[in-house]
Design a protein around this ligand. Structure first.
Ligand code: PGA
Length: 260
């Protein structure tokens, strides 16, 4: 089976003002080769989207939102819609990140509405799933992930699911330095692909990208990417520094080790 073109995505979370984001984007643009055979995306905070998109225009690096609201426009103070993200230069949008689920009441049902809104707005959703530490310890990893997929993707057509990527992010591995082992990650990625196969058929299952997220660093990305069902990474902390993110894009452990 041929592997899918990898997607390496950086989630800047609530870091970087406009000027700080612009500095990182400029550096990144100079570091990431136009010929790299990887799709690359960075998701700055909303206030920096415009400036980052402007800097990265014409480069291989795409821009994404970290979240969106499902309505197109209206009296929804504080929210941002798919057309707004698109007009700001976004190609992708992250949906259902565990921090949104944990701190902002995101549910599988709201994830489902947001995925539809993203697709209707011409954005590629990166849909996050993953179990907490307690769920893993009580052997609920597969059932939790399955429920997130079933409810999150409910009612979507085959071609819609194909335009999405799934990011498996075990909550206990996010920002903790505790990466899942390659076997732990591969086991869940395989489970996700098999679930997609059953629900949407073989061609969707073979085409869809399943990213791993949770303490991905230049030092561990090659081992993760070598696994059969890992098609990329959703990176938080290590995406904030342009050099480290560029190393992740090139899977070039050496370039960062040399610098240190
Ligand atoms: P991390 O975050 O790389 O800092 O663990 C990953 C994520 O939250 O997507």
């Amino acid at each position: 089976m041929t592997k899918r073109k990898p997607l390496i995505a950086g989630n800047w979370k609530m870091y970087k003002t406009g000027p700080q984001a612009a500095e990182t984007a400029n550096r990144l643009r100079s570091l990431v080769s136009e010929f790299v055979d990887v799709d690359v995306m960075v998701a700055p905070p909303f206030t920096a989207l415009g400036i980052v998109a402007e800097i990265l225009k014409g480069s291989v690096i795409c821009v994404g939102g970290q979240d969106l609201f499902w309505e197109v426009e209206g009296a929804y103070t504080g929210e941002i819609s798919a057309p707004m993200l698109k007009a700001a230069g976004c190609t992708y949008v992250i949906i259902g990140h565990s921090e949104r689920r944990q701190y902002f009441g995101e549910t599988n049902a709201s994830v489902n509405r947001k995925i539809r809104a993203a697709l209707n707005g011409g954005l590629f959703p990166v849909v996050c799933v993953g179990e907490s530490e307690a769920e893993r310890e009580s052997n609920q990893t597969f059932s939790v992930v399955q429920q997130q997929l079933e409810e999150g993707l409910e009612g979507l057509a085959f071609d819609e699911v194909q335009r999405a990527s799934i990011a498996y992010e075990p909550v206990w591995a996010i920002g903790t330095g505790k990466t899942a082992t390659t076997d732990q990650a591969q086991e869940v990625h395989k489970f996700i692909r098999e679930w997609i196969d059953k629900a949407y058929g073989n061609s969707v299952a073979n085409a869809i990208r399943i990213l791993y997220g949770g303490s991905v660093k230049p030092e561990n990305i090659s081992d993760l990417m070598a696994m059969a069902d890992i098609d990329g990474a959703l990176v938080g902390g290590a995406s904030l520094d342009a050099d480290s993110f560029a190393a992740l894009v090139g899977f070039q452990v050496d370039s960062v080790t040399d610098k240190a």
